[in-house]
Write a protein that binds this ligand. Structure first.
Ligand code: BG6
Length: 478
């Protein structure tokens, strides 16, 4: 018998800015990712203030989900999805974030999309902010460093809550909110990049604005969670963390202590605030070390206390080792790097593959918070090839997912309350870190390539049939 609950939410996850395209259609405004060019593992993408004809901006067309969503949702339903995690492009609803009234065409698009999910008995799980801040708010306020964004975000959330109250029950406030604790988060999440253009890896780091921005995001999240609880009692409100588990490289206490610090900054800082409703005791030491002086307004801490989340969600791709030895070999990661773990292999993008780490992580999180968990991103970014007969034999992806699901099952057997699993990029889409199409995660291949060409046709990969059986058997047939 399956260890997963009978109503386990199997599905897949995407983000609006990475697949919709239609970046300026039907009244949509430009978001931060619309200003990002394509890059690769070795050549970082750039952000430009204006648009240049000689540069390629992959989000502008992406995989054109905007015009293909019916076909795509049908394919998800064929795999048996119970849940589909997507996000709303804030700029489709409020193009600059500051309009008085919402853009009806944008509202209509998501109404049709969520209704389509419902038609196939797929529950939408909606991220309110997934790496797509209106660029106008970067220009005017330096992104979330501006306190004004709290109210603008509330206005946007109230609009979509009311419009989709009968279609959407599960909401996440900020995708990978802890990105703001890392320098790369300035581009992805906090939008504290006013006036900057150039490679996204070279944004001058400003911890003061990143941490202030994060504080504003905590307040904004708590306010909308509280509002949802008061006005829409059927809603379930979650947080979302990019969880990069790290291990001390050795049992040298210096490594252990350094890793404890890394785990706090990277993984615990944000969820301690969002789940427990207060800044943890160690927060002050993080601010002091980075010379951050937070502006906390009267009422903010009470707001944070009153708007704690109902369930905890996270992405899990990899783990790191942490060493106090400055000469220890380094490795890469999605929002933060670490040291090389000699026991693990890495993806072609240098992300260390660690299925057992998922079991460990689920247990650590559940021990700390005791609220239901959901793994809302996991997967292998890989180069896929179409064979002469048209098939795509992504056994490496099946292998990765199988091992992670096995460890998830063990964590459930350990006692973790796990609600669901939505592997990342269930259909190929633009990579968030590099802007590539070549880094593919999907069960469905999309004929779209890094030079902007491609018919946009969809093809099932081998993993498509495999995942269908996984869902059918509630995780038994792997
Ligand atoms: C997560 C993000 O960090 O990882 C997604 O929430 C992102 O937006 C995913 O796409 C995978 O990262 P990448 O860089 O391979 O696209």
């Amino acid at each position: 018998m399956s260890v997963f609950r009978d109503d386990f939410l199997w599905g897949g996850a995407v983000a609006a800015n990475q697949l919709e395209g239609a970046w300026n259609l039907d009244g949509k405004g430009d978001s931060v990712p619309d200003h990002c060019t394509n890059g690769s593992h070795t050549n970082p993408k750039e952000i430009t203030i204006d648009f240049h004809d000689d540069k390629l901006y992959p989000s502008h067309e992406a995989i054109d989900f905007y015009h293909h969503y019916e076909e795509d949702i049908k394919l998800f339903s064929e795999m048996g999805f119970k849940v589909f995690r997507t996000s709303i492009n804030w700029t489709r609803i409020y193009p600059t974030g500051e309009e008085e009234t919402p853009n009806e065409a944008g509202l209509k698009f998501y109404e049709d999309l969520f209704s389509c999910c419902k038609k196939y008995n797929i529950e939408p799980l909606v991220t309110l902010s997934h790496y797509e801040l209106p660029y106008a708010l970067v220009r005017k306020y330096n992104g979330w460093a501006g306190r004004e964004l709290i109210e603008l975000f509330e206005k946007y959330c109230h609009t979509v809550f009311e419009r989709y109250k009968d279609l959407v029950k599960y909401w996440l406030t900020f995708n990978e909110i802890n990105a703001g604790t890392m320098p790369f988060g300035a581009v992805l999440s906090t939008g504290t990049i006013q006036g900057y253009e150039g490679p996204v890896t070279q944004v001058p780091d400003d911890p003061q604005s990143r941490y202030q921005a994060l504080h504003h995001q905590f307040v904004a999240s708590a306010r909308v969670v509280k509002y949802a609880h008061e006005n829409y009692p059927n809603f379930k409100m979650g947080n979302m963390i990019c969880f990069i588990t790290s291990y001390p490289m050795t049992c040298n206490p210096a490594d252990v202590l350094l890793n404890q610090k890394q785990m706090r900054v990277m993984n615990w800082y944000c969820s301690d605030v969002m789940v427990r409703g207060e800044y943890p005791a160690y927060a002050q030491s993080i601010w002091d070390e980075k010379n951050v002086k937070l502006d906390i307004q009267p009422g903010d801490l009470e707001t944070i206390k009153a708007g704690t989340v109902d369930f905890y969600t996270f992405s899990y791709y990899m783990s790191n080792a942490i060493s106090a030895d400055p000469n220890a070999a380094k490795t890469e990661g999605n929002i933060g790097a670490g040291n090389k773990n000699p026991y693990l292999e890495s993806s072609d993008w240098g992300w260390q593959i660690d299925p057992q780490g998922l079991r460990y992580t689920l247990n650590e999180i559940y021990d700390r918070y005791q609220i239901p968990l959901m793994v809302v991103e996991n997967g292998l970014g890989a180069y896929d090839e179409i064979e002469a007969d048209g098939s795509i034999n992504d056994d490496y992806r099946i292998d990765y997912l199988r091992k992670h699901i096995q460890e998830m099952a063990l964590a459930v057997a350990d006692g973790v309350n796990l609600l669901g699993y939505t592997p990342w990029g269930c259909i190929d889409l633009v990579s968030a870190s590099t802007g590539e199409m070549a880094k593919r995660y999907g069960f469905i291949f999309v004929e779209k390539y890094d030079d902007g060409t491609g018919s946009l046709a969809r093809r099932k990969k081998k993993s498509f049939e495999w995942y269908k059986k996984v869902i059918e058997s509630n995780g038994e047939s792997l």
